[in-house]
Design a protein around this ligand. Structure first.
Ligand code: DGL
Length: 263
């Protein structure tokens, strides 16, 4: 199985992209709703939760891990790879960065994400390590996760808040914007209309799905160990807050979800 984890329900945007291009594989999803949000937490806490999440997914039979959460990808990927050196672990930072470097023309790249993601500077460091000629501008957007979870996708209030968050990035004349949070792809149209036509949005969910597909095509021995079929499993560590609504929005149906306690 492909194991996917997130701090909660937002990772379903990543599941959606994986289902689109790798529909044959069975997935097991874990949303750590007991510790949601990760976006305001310390590296130490996010690493601790992420280690437990991966262990849970491996116990369920996952052979590959996808960190759908941008905050966990930014803060915990090195810790996870060190702890589980034999398991292929995909994060959502690297594929987004690679795509941004491919599409930018003026080399001015914007990043939006949670407070902890932006504070970690993971994207900025990764971008500069690949290309020192780019300029990187970041903006934390802490209000967007709750707005998406409330379903306020097309509300004028959300529009005003997105406008406020993007003002600084627009002034810097970015031409590429990385949506570095699980929830932002659900605001893609709104963000795009405010960012303007000159700005290309990068959705790392799409990019990580492509990266995973390429990996499985190249590593047939690993692909063969993955279960196929539609018997997907969804787990959460506390009440499945917003799970039904988000799964309907992302996957077109309300999925069955099981509540489990992990230590
Ligand atoms: N999943 C988180 C992320 O992508 C957003 C929600 C949270 O703060 O936990 O960064």
């Amino acid at each position: 199985m492909i194991g996917i984890f997130d701090s909660g329900v937002g990772g379903l945007t990543v599941v959606r992209e994986i289902f689109k291009i790798l529909p044959q594989y069975q997935i097991v999803y874990f949303g750590d709703t007991a510790h949601l949000p990760y976006g305001t937490k310390s590296k130490e806490a996010v690493c601790r939760y992420s280690l437990a999440n991966v262990q849970f997914l491996l116990n369920q039979g996952a052979k590959i891990i996808v960190i759908a959460c941008h905050t966990a990808s930014s803060l915990a990927v090195d810790t996870l790879r060190k702890k589980f050196p034999k398991i292929p672990i995909f994060d959502v930072v690297k594929p987004g960065i690679k795509q941004a470097l491919e599409v930018t023309k003026n080399k001015k790249i914007g990043i939006i994400g949670t407070l902890s993601t932006i504070r970690s500077e993971a994207h900025k460091k990764a971008l500069l390590s690949l290309n020192q000629g780019v300029e990187v501008f970041s903006q934390a957007c802490p209000l967007l996760v709750p707005l998406v979870e409330e379903g306020w996708i097309n509300r004028s209030e959300t529009r005003r808040i997105v406008k406020y968050y993007l003002r600084h990035l627009k002034q810097k004349q970015i031409d590429t914007l990385i949506l570095a949070c699980t929830h932002y792809p659900l605001l893609e149209n709104l963000i795009s209309s405010i960012a303007g036509r000159r700005v290309t949005l990068v959705d790392p969910a799409r990019e990580v799905a492509k990266e995973l597909k390429e990996f499985l095509e190249k590593n047939k021995d690993i692909a063969q160990t993955l279960k196929k079929g539609k018997d997907h499993k969804f787990f959460v560590s506390d009440v499945p807050y917003k799970f039904g609504e988000l799964s309907r929005r992302c996957l077109g149906r309300v999925v069955k979800v099981e509540q489990v306690r992990i230590e």
